[in-house]
Ligand binder design. Structure first.
Ligand code: ADP
Ligand code: MG
Length: 326
């Protein structure tokens, strides 16, 4: 049968549902149009295996949530595929794994490549603990997004006229993004003066400086106060509506339920379940395992914010349970 070219309106929930409907809910299942494909990626810390993923595909154009208890390996997995950490299998000469690690994005191999090469390929990520530089202004943080992720441009900085133009384009783009994320008024403030939620917005805005094809968000809601939650959710949905693929790690079950099309569950480094959001989120075993393991928070400097987020989550769960009884 000839391939059909179907133009999907990704802002339409039915159309997105159709993209994943009928895909078997099996760990490592093949997707119709994967943008990211990962094989045999292993990361050990000493004797402990933090990540051991046999196979995972991320479907293009939808929002995929990666959930799992603390310590499941979600952040390490993000670090590996975005070039911020190196897979053990490729590094350890004398401990040869049976199969070599391999992952590709948009048809391009990214095996153990650098973070800047990954971002050039169109995949950017944000961090669980925000990496905004406190003693730099909001605007300078944005400009760093353009340069930091496209480091090679600095090599050509002697091409002043060209560089100057690039710099002006970057500034215009930074201001546009700050406006979009309601941070324009703060452009000359130090990033350190922003609230936790505003720092998350800044980090997201900064990631967009490189016009990514896919954005990976590590706990975008952690430490975000309820007043900003809705706008963050809206921003993520807008990115998806514009055709960006989103992969996010999140503890907030409300958010996962609300915006994800597909859910992948990790535990002890492995993908233990995946499926349509509605199906996985209705699986009581998944939710119990997940919320049960939720109490051992592992964060240092953001622990206060994390506590607030946990309290908020607990309140929301209680409210929902009360609502269900009606
Ligand atoms: N740099 C590191 N050195 C040693 N152990 C680490 C390091 N980073 C993560 N780990 C361990 O790897 C496991 C997975 O951690 P992580 O990827 O942060 O999990 P998650 O993001 O799912 O909470 C944890 O047991 C954690 O303690
Ligand atoms: Mg993490």
């Amino acid at each position: 049968m000839p391939e059909q070219t179907v133009v999907t309106d990704l802002s339409d929930p039915q159309a997105r549902r159709a993209l994943v409907q009928g895909i078997e809910a099996t760990p490592g299942v093949a997707k119709p149009d994967p943008i990211l494909t990962v094989d045999n990626i292993v990361r050990r810390f000493g004797g402990m295996t933090a990540v051991d993923v046999d196979h995972l595909e991320v479907q293009r154009g939808i929002i995929t949530a990666l959930i799992g208890p603390n310590g499941a390996g979600k952040t390490t997995f993000f670090n590996l595929i975005t070039g911020f950490d190196q897979a053990t299998s490729a590094k350890t000469m004398f401990h040869r794994p049976a199969k070599a690690a391999h992952w590709s994005f948009n048809g391009q191999s990214l095996d153990n490549t650098s973070a800047s090469a990954v971002s050039r390929a169109g995949m950017v990520r944000t961090f669980q603990l925000t990496k905004a530089l406190s003693r730099m202004t909001v605007l300078d943080n944005m400009m760093l997004g353009a340069r930091g992720q496209r480091g090679e441009q600095l090599l050509f900085s002697w091409l002043q006229p060209l560089w100057g133009r690039q710099e002006r384009q970057n500034t215009a783009k930074a201001l546009e993004l700050l406006d979009r994320f309601q941070l324009l008024e703060k452009k000359n403030d130090y990033a350190g003066s922003l609230s936790g939620g505003q720092r998350k917005l800044l980090e997201m805005a900064r990631a967009l400086m490189t016009d990514p094809t896919m954005i990976m968000l590590d706990e975008p809601m952690a430490g975000v106060n309820p007043a900003l939650t809705q706008s963050l959710l809206r921003h993520i949905q807008d990115l998806r509506d514009e055709g960006m693929t989103v992969l996010f790690v999140e503890h907030d079950m409300h958010m996962v339920r609300h915006i994800s099309d597909w859910v992948v569950v990790m535990a002890e480094g492995r993908v233990v379940a995946e499926g349509e959001s509605q199906v996985v989120m209705a699986d009581q075993a998944v939710i119990d395992a997940y919320l049960g393991a939720h109490h051992d928070t592992d964060l240092g400097d953001d622990s206060l914010l994390e506590d607030e987020a946990l309290q908020q989550l607990a309140r929301e769960v209680a409210e929902e349970e009360a609502g269900d009884d009606k």
